[in-house]
Design a protein around this ligand. Structure first.
Ligand code: FAD
Length: 311
């Protein structure tokens, strides 16, 4: 470990933990397509709140089984048209032929969207296994290759610090990640996780597997452990027991839960930052406050970082 890293690691253990961070981290934010007018307003309020932090991109998810195709497109296209933030569209292989996917991808390109988060996707109903469409792509790696044949998209893919549940073993999952990057993706965004060690172990294993692309931690600020637990098991993420303790007795205290959510996620980000991470992807759940607060703690300020502002 270099001296500068040791100093940085020591500083992370000192109090105040968040003093003097320059705001040099790059951030991106993930949204899901709104289902109602009210949800659309919440989403747009969030985009407007987060835009001044100059995110590298914001991305919009694609509902299980392609169920949000139109809404995802409408949301991404509006972000591309009405904001200065580069917009990324999630796209999955579920229930779609290669031709249908090509059509969706071309429509994005025409709407000015240059970045796709390419995923295999999950079956629409819980408990089912993924079955590729007879004329479709069988994996995210195949989808990445298909997209590169359509247009020169910037492509991000998914990665799993605690291993995807369907993978035979961690090494097989890393081999799959490498296939996706070799097929034309330039970065991997991780599934959420709750200990910095999980990410660092994964980063080391990825490096050992010859992966040198950007690995961006996906940060989920959790304010409702019970809800998170429901989908954590399905997506290969573990919720540590201490998180249960932290939220115990707070069912009727939403504001306290929010504060704890920000504290826990900010501490995770601070540890990742101390370990050299300078890119963060926030699962916003369409709410700006938590992600905004964590970015602020990391030194991000409207128009740039703290240093740039002071200069
Ligand atoms: C950042 C992020 C964003 C997401 N956004 C969405 C979204 O918008 N919509 C949505 O529906 N889902 C989304 N997901 C969830 C994702 O679709 C699921 O996790 C899905 O089960 C796997 O998708 P993948 O792209 O990782 O698949 P793949 O990379 O294809 O991998 C799927 C599994 O198959 C294995 N595998 C693949 N190819 C091979 C092979 N040749 N040999 C052996 N094993 C293989 C992999 O190891 C893995 O276990 C997202 C996940 C992340 C991390």
């Amino acid at each position: 470990m270099a001296l500068s890293e040791l100093e940085e690691a020591k500083r992370a253990l000192d109090v105040p933990l968040f003093a003097g961070l320059s705001g040099d981290a790059d951030v991106s934010f993930e949204f899901f397509p709104p289902k109602s007018e009210k949800m659309e307003k919440t989403l747009w309020d969030s985009v407007v709140t987060l835009e001044p932090l100059n995110p590298r991109f914001v991305s919009v998810t694609y509902g299980a089984g392609g169920t949000t195709r139109e809404r995802t497109h409408a949301t991404v296209a509006r972000i591309a048209k009405e904001t200065n933030i580069p917009a990324a569209a999630h796209l999955t292989c579920v229930d779609a032929s290669k031709d249908e996917i090509a059509e969706v991808a071309r429509a994005y390109w025409e709407a000015g969207v240059r970045h796709i988060v390419a995923l295999r996707g999950d079956p629409p109903a819980e408990g089912q296994t993924f079955e590729p469409h007879p004329q479709g792509y069988a994996s995210a790696a195949e989808l990445v290759k298909g997209l590169t044949d359509i247009a020169p998209f910037e492509i991000s893919v998914a990665a799993y610090p605690e291993t995807h549940p369907e993978a035979d073993c961690p090494q097989a999952d890393l081999d799959n990640l490498k296939r996706k990057l070799d097929a034309g993706a330039s970065r991997a965004i991780t599934q959420f996780f709750f200990t910095a060690e999980a990410f660092f172990r994964f980063r080391d294993a990825a490096a050992a597997a010859g992966i040198d692309a950007e690995l961006v931690p996906g940060i989920l600020p959790v304010s409702n452990v019970a809800q998170t637990r429901k989908f954590a098991g399905m997506c290969g993420a573990e919720i540590p027991p201490w998180m249960n303790d932290l939220f115990e007795g707070l069912d009727d205290h939403p504001s306290a839960r929010q504060l704890i959510a920000a504290t826990v996620a900010a501490e995770l980000c601070r540890k990742l930052y101390a370990g050299g991470v300078r890119q963060f992807h926030f699962y916003t759940l369409n709410r700006a406050e938590l992600s905004y607060a964590i970015c602020h703690l990391l030194g991000k300020r409207p128009g740039g970082g703290r240093q740039e502002k002071a200069a």
